[in-house]
Design a protein around this ligand. Structure first.
Ligand code: ADE
Ligand code: ZN
Length: 319
């Protein structure tokens, strides 16, 4: 039995498996620049975050209707449940869809169809977090928040993703203030490829409650001390870090050192269809490559419920 866990760093568009991509392409009359699923999988050899993002945004062309988003989310929830996920806080990228002519309502309604049935079907509770693309303008983020207003009963928070370097968190100060005023929870990717100072900015300028990745904090001992003292949750994604070459091999991952330093680490899958594994696969991988014992794996699982945006009882029940 896999350890019950919450997944807090998961891009729903990153769960698009090649088989579903081709099925949706056929259904929607979209031409893909790959002959078949095998050729597509061969393209998953990334040099860095940008090379992944180019393919990831391109493949989103197959997602057009509510039914497509429903199918995508239901497939993820079924797989996650099989790997012990009991609660999932799911990111989506509205701007990537709006730019292709797919309204935010189509995305949210489609995803919600799957999410609304998830507890009953898969035993997984869910939340939705909309991410702003940090390589787009602050005005575009604000416009996206405005477009999301009619759907805020379905969205629990906002995040910040896409190409990190050169797009520091402070660029989005105003939109985060507006989101906070609407009662939304706040997270942001920081310190994946970007420097430790982006983590500090996400905390101090955007006032985020969790940091997505946060990996590069290890380069700044004072920051590590602060994150540990404030128990700021970090949503680490070990297999993603290897596939995007943030680290060379999993055996070099700083997770054990980070736990030793008292950091509130969690383990997540990021974009599992692209990076070789879902949440449970990430747990298995760190256990094997880093020799984490049962107690440390249980700590990671416990942290995931503690850092989740749900009431305490739900997490304790699941554990
Ligand atoms: N969007 C999807 N996956 C991402 C990642 N790992 N970093 C930044 N943006 C992303
Ligand atoms: Zn991510």
């Amino acid at each position: 039995m896999p350890i019950p866990k919450a997944e807090l760093h998961l891009h729903i568009e990153g769960t698009l498996e090649p088989e579903l991509a081709f099925a949706l392409a056929a259904r929607n009359g979209v031409d893909l620049p790959y002959a078949d699923t095998e050729e597509l999988r061969k393209a998953y050899d990334f040099d860095d975050l940008q090379s992944f993002l180019d393919l990831y945004y391109g493949l989103m062309a197959v997602l057009r209707t509510e039914a497509d988003f429903e199918e995508l989310a239901d497939a993820y929830l079924a797989r996650a449940a099989g790997q012990g996920v009991r609660h999932a806080e799911i990111f989506f990228d509205p701007q990537a869809h709006i730019a292709r002519g797919v309204p935010i309502g189509t995305v949210v309604e489609g995803l919600s169809r799957a999410l609304d049935r998830s507890e009953e079907r898969h035993g997984v509770s869910t939340r939705l977090i909309m991410c702003f693309l940090r390589d787009e303008s602050a005005e575009s983020a604000m416009e996206t928040l405005r477009a999301a207003r009619p759907h805020l009963d379905r969205i629990i928070g906002v995040g910040l993703d896409s190409a990190e370097v050169g797009h520091p968190p402070a660029k989005f100060k105003e939109v985060y203030e507006a989101a906070a005023a609407l009662g939304l929870r706040l997270v942001a990717h920081a310190g994946e490829e970007g420097p430790p100072s982006y983590i500090t900015e996400a905390l101090d300028v955007l006032r985020v409650e969790r940091v997505d990745h946060g990996l590069r904090c290890v380069e700044d001992p004072a920051l590590v001390e602060r994150l540990a003292a404030e128990r700021v949750p970090l949503t680490l994604c070990p297999l993603s870090n290897v596939r995007l070459r943030t680290i060379d091999v999993l055996a070099d991952h700083p997770l054990p050192r980070m736990l030793d330093a008292g950091l509130m680490c969690t383990v997540n899958s990021d974009d599992p269809a692209y990076f070789g594994g879902y949440a449970g696969d990430n747990f298995d991988a760190v256990r094997e490559a880093l020799g984490l014992d049962e107690e440390r794996l249980r700590t990671l699982a416990r942290n995931s419920f503690e850092a989740a945006f749900l009431d305490r009882d739900a997490g304790e029940e699941a554990l």
